[in-house]
Write a protein that binds this ligand. Structure first.
Ligand SMILES: Cc1cc2nc3c(=O)[nH]c(=O)nc-3n(C[C@H](O)[C@H](O)[C@H](O)COP(=O)(O)OP(=O)(O)OC[C@H]3O[C@@H](n4cnc5c(N)ncnc54)[C@H](O)[C@@H]3O)c2cc1C
Length: 339
């Protein structure tokens, strides 16, 4: 049995490691665009105030994983899936190849969601979605600091990731303006009282929080960036970080004819509309219409799927209780999160 997993985030890697334990005879291949190793994605939003983050964020090197018998093909972009021939086509070092599978697992994760008005401004903003994004931002910060300049950032979006990144950049000593289109922060996760506490915590860190302040577009102003909004054009930012949600990577599945809604549609056994192809993690949409895009449920999906593929359980994936929390420095919610 050859099980091919696309993606080396927590969904793909935890699944591969568990399969190694439960199905020692299976051949396991992970095809991934990543080159840095298996890293902690949640740590990305705390990647500015710590000096050692680029090493501490790596949870396991690909070589350590290979030593356990998992074939990791790094720097590999899967281009198409042929579900009839049961093959995937991919590009690695500009070479095109293909590989057969018995079971294919889509652990493709998610990209940052960019609202339509910003899409034409590519190159004028950044996101914090991958280790490469963080490395680029840290490099830019280091250059500004080396030139004796205190970095000034605009963050678009006062949701979970926007607030975390804002608080970490402020902790690192930078100037931060946070633009949020709605009247309160993290309105999807927090009750009003906790949103108000969060606002005070961020303001006490020196963050300039603008509520009811939807950005309408971005412009270049020499070396600086400017933000267009209802109140006019505001300039002087070294860069703009867009944190307006995530978008499950569904394109490969869609092109292969699998059922796709917001995510790749799976049943309660994490099977896509083709039973030989499974999906989990940020990319998968469960029958309740939800995306379980948090560490705890994804870990549970991976542990369960390894047992299911090994024939050790015939029960569906049991949706766990989980309580994610915002990692904003100095903030604790007084009430349960609204998930
Ligand atoms: C900044 C940030 C902070 C977060 N903080 C928290 C937190 O505090 N708590 C929490 O519970 N959750 C948090 N999350 C969410 C959590 O990190 C994600 O839900 C989780 O990492 C998703 O894992 P995944 O394996 O599904 O996807 P990913 O980690 O996105 O992995 C997807 C993988 O697929 C690969 N890939 C994609 N397309 C292709 C292709 N065509 N070919 C080959 N490889 C491909 C990618 O390279 C990557 O390796 C945070 C997310 C972010 C971005």
């Amino acid at each position: 049995m050859h099980i091919v997993i696309i993606g080396s985030g927590m969904a793909g890697i935890i699944l591969a490691e568990e399969l190694r334990k439960h199905s020692p005879e299976a051949r396991l291949t992970v095809l991934t665009l990543e080159t840095h190793g298996y890293y902690s994605r949640p740590m990305l939003s705390h990647g500015f105030s710590r000096e050692d983050v680029e090493t501490k964020i790596i949870l396991k090197s690909f070589d350590d994983l290979r030593a356990t018998g998992i074939d990791i093909q790094a720097g590999t972009e899967v281009l198409t899936i042929d579900s009839t021939a049961r093959t995937v086509a991919f590009r690695q070092d500009d070479q095109h190849s293909s590989m057969g599978y018995d079971k294919l697992v889509l652990a493709l994760g998610s990209a940052a969601f960019i609202p339509p008005p910003f899409r034409s401004a590519e190159g004028l903003y950044r996101v914090v979605n991958s280790l490469d994004d963080l490395i680029d931002l840290r490099r830019q910060r280091a250059q500004l600091l080396a030139a004796g300049h205190r970095p000034r950032w605009a963050i678009i979006g006062g949701g979970l990731i926007g607030c975390e990144v804002a608080s970490d950049l402020a902790k690192a000593g930078d100037r931060v303006t946070l633009f949020h289109a709605l009247p309160r922060l993290m309105e999807r996760q927090l009750v009003e009282e906790d949103s108000a506490t969060l606002l005070t915590v961020l303001q006490d860190m020196g963050i300039d929080v603008r509520l009811d302040a939807g950005a309408e577009g971005f412009e270049r102003d020499g070396e600086k960036r400017a933000i267009r909004s209802a109140s006019g054009l505001e300039t002087g930012f070294d860069d703009i970080i867009v944190a307006t949600g995530f978008k499950p990577r569904t394109e490969l599945a869609q092109a292969a004819g699998l059922s796709v809604k917001r995510g790749i549609v799976v049943d309660e056994f994490l099977r896509t509309s083709n039973p030989e192809i499974l999906a989990l993690g940020d990319a998968a949409e469960l029958p309740d219409g939800r995306l379980y895009a948090y560490v705890m449920p994804i870990r549970q999906q991976a542990l369960w799927l390894a047992k299911s593929l090994a024939g050790q359980t015939s029960e569906p994936w049991p949706v766990p209780e989980f309580k994610p929390r915002a990692k904003v420095h100095g903030f604790t919610a007084a009430h349960p999160y609204l998930f």
